[in-house]
Design a protein around this ligand. Structure first.
Ligand SMILES: Cc1cc2nc3c(=O)[nH]c(=O)nc-3n(C[C@H](O)[C@H](O)[C@H](O)COP(=O)(O)OP(=O)(O)OC[C@H]3O[C@@H](n4cnc5c(N)ncnc54)[C@H](O)[C@@H]3O)c2cc1C
Length: 472
């Protein structure tokens, strides 16, 4: 298996495939890891995924827990009461720490990562994919996954359409020190925000601020901005450059919003920013990519092993494309709410008031946190298709039992069996399990595939998700 791109999506996918013994080669074009000082937020579902694979302690060591507030268009409302998760917080982390932890995890599981390798060509046939590198080398694999980011070469080589809207706004973002006292910052910021709501300066401690400055036009330039760019545009929006100096990092981003028409063409698939781009409102892109990888890994591994039910791999697009559509839609809404025009500002005020209603606040927060997702598995109780939160079992938390990325049959009745699938699906019999149903079947990505107590019914579902039984 070849993965083009060693960002967070590629690294998570490599690790998931290794859990199932698939040989994985990650090709990353950058010769060295990018230093990326930027702080990103992991949302609840991503934090749960780290817990499910035994990585959470390492993430907590390098991250800072924050309450789940201000996630939708920056509207500062308290987190809804009792969010349905054992990990109901956000985790602010340096992007380079997220990258390195995921890469270390993939390598520890046996993935091979080759840096300085740029994928520039691909050709597929019935048996596999030939991948061409910039230095002329050719490599062969049974499948290729393009996790090569927003400007994905793999997506372009496949000719997959990427419909959506081009950037209408461009924004500078960076971390730097500010040369005037906090009280003066507050005054200038308030003035500037009257002109443009996208302006923001947030302190990180030690005199360092996260600085976000809207630009008047879209340049669509790829290279990072200079400190002088920041000063010039701060003066335009706020009337002062705040004395900014000593930048830690600086970047620019647009609000282009696009979604790949297909996530799979034969033996080549797309995941992460290669499949979808949108403005960073709500901080969802990395989370979405890592969750794509979590959905795809076990399915692709089953396909490679020859055990996958015929339609399993296609459920990747069927499940993840609508999730990306929803994320794109909510970022469109958020960008609209940040517009300084009187109409959007009136809607902003209305939504701010409506978010005092717990149900409204909860719905928006659960969407950004990605804990509201329900995949369509056909008819069945509402729980089927949803993820199961971490719960206490008699011998510790459920997520402690999911580190190996296998399916899990959680049975309160003591009557059900996983015979024929025990090489792929674990069985936990626990009459004390805190679930309101007799038994449930979890897929390796933690989504509930079945609820019930009938053995025959269970076996139909086991075959649907895990393939035919084998005599062990
Ligand atoms: C200002 C800003 C703030 C953001 N804040 C957040 C946030 O708070 N939370 C959040 O979830 N998301 C956030 N995002 C989005 C997030 O950074 C991306 O969604 C995420 O990095 C996508 O991960 P990825 O692995 O899919 O792609 P990338 O991180 O882009 O990784 C792709 C990798 O592929 C490599 N590559 C590219 N082409 C090739 C090739 N031809 N051959 C081999 N390798 C190749 C690249 O070098 C790169 O390492 C933010 C984005 C921006 C711009």
């Amino acid at each position: 298996m070849i993965i083009a791109g060693g960002g967070p999506t590629g690294a998570m996918l490599a690790a998931e495939l290794r859990l199932h013994g698939v040989r994985v080669l990650v090709l990353e074009k950058e010769p060295e890891p990018t230093p990326h000082f930027r702080i990103l937020s992991l949302h609840i579902r991503s934090i749960e995924l780290m817990a499910m694979r035994g990585l959470l302690d390492r993430f907590l060591e390098r991250g800072r827990k924050r309450p789940v507030t201000g996630v939708f268009a920056g509207i500062p409302k308290p987190a809804p009461a009792e969010l349905d998760s054992a990990h109901a917080y956000m985790l602010g982390m340096r992007r380079r720490d997220i990258d390195s932890l995921l890469e270390e995890h993939a390598i520890a599981l046996g993935a091979q990562v080759r840096r300085g390798c740029e994928v520039i060509a691909l050709e597929q046939d019935d048996d596999g994919v030939t991948v061409g590198l910039a230095d002329g080398e050719q490599l062969r694999a049974r499948y290729l996954v393009g996790c090569d980011g927003a400007r994905s070469t793999v997506r372009k080589l496949l000719g997959v359409a990427f419909p959506g809207e081009p950037a209408r706004t461009e924004t500078l973002m960076g971390e730097m020190e500010v040369g005037i006292p906090a009280e003066e910052i507050a005054v200038h910021l308030a003035e500037g925000r009257k002109r443009n709501k996208r302006l923001s300066l947030r302190p990180f401690g030690d005199g360092v601020y996260s600085v976000v400055v809207p630009l008047p036009d879209v340049t669509d330039r790829a290279e990072p901005p200079t400190l002088e760019d920041f000063r010039e545009h701060l003066r335009i929006v706020a009337g002062t450059d705040f004395g900014v100096h000593s930048p830690r990092w600086m970047s620019r981003f647009g609000d282009a919003t696009r979604l790949a028409e297909r996530y799979r063409v034969g033996r080549v698939l797309l995941a992460g920013d290669a499949a979808h781009i949108h403005p960073p409102a709500g901080g969802q892109g990395l989370n979405l990519g890592v969750q794509d990888a979590f959905n795809l890994g076990w399915k692709l591994a089953a396909q490679v092993s020859g055990r996958a039910p015929a339609t399993l791999l296609d459920t990747y697009q069927a499940e993840r494309h609508p999730v990306a559509e929803d994320v794109l839609e909510n970022t469109r809404v958020q960008m609209e709410l940040l517009s300084p025009e009187p109409g959007p500002q009136a809607v902003h005020r209305l939504l701010t008031a409506l978010m005092d209603i717990d149900e409204v606040n909860r719905r928006l927060v659960e969407q950004i946190a990605a804990i509201d997702i329900r995949y369509d598995f056909g008819e069945g109780p509402d729980l089927v298709g949803r993820r199961l939160r971490d719960i206490e079992l008699k011998d510790g938390p459920l997520y402690e039992h999911t580190h190996r990325g296998r399916g899990l049959l959680l049975d309160r009745t003591g009557r059900l069996r996983n015979d024929g699938w025990s090489d792929r699906v674990d069985l936990i019999t626990d009459s004390t399990a805190a679930i309101d149903v007799p038994a449930l079947l979890l897929r390796p990505d933690g989504h509930i595939a079945w609820i019930g107590e009938d053995q025959q019914d269970l076996e139909t579902r086991l075959a649907r998700w895990f393939g035919e039984p084998v005599a062990l």
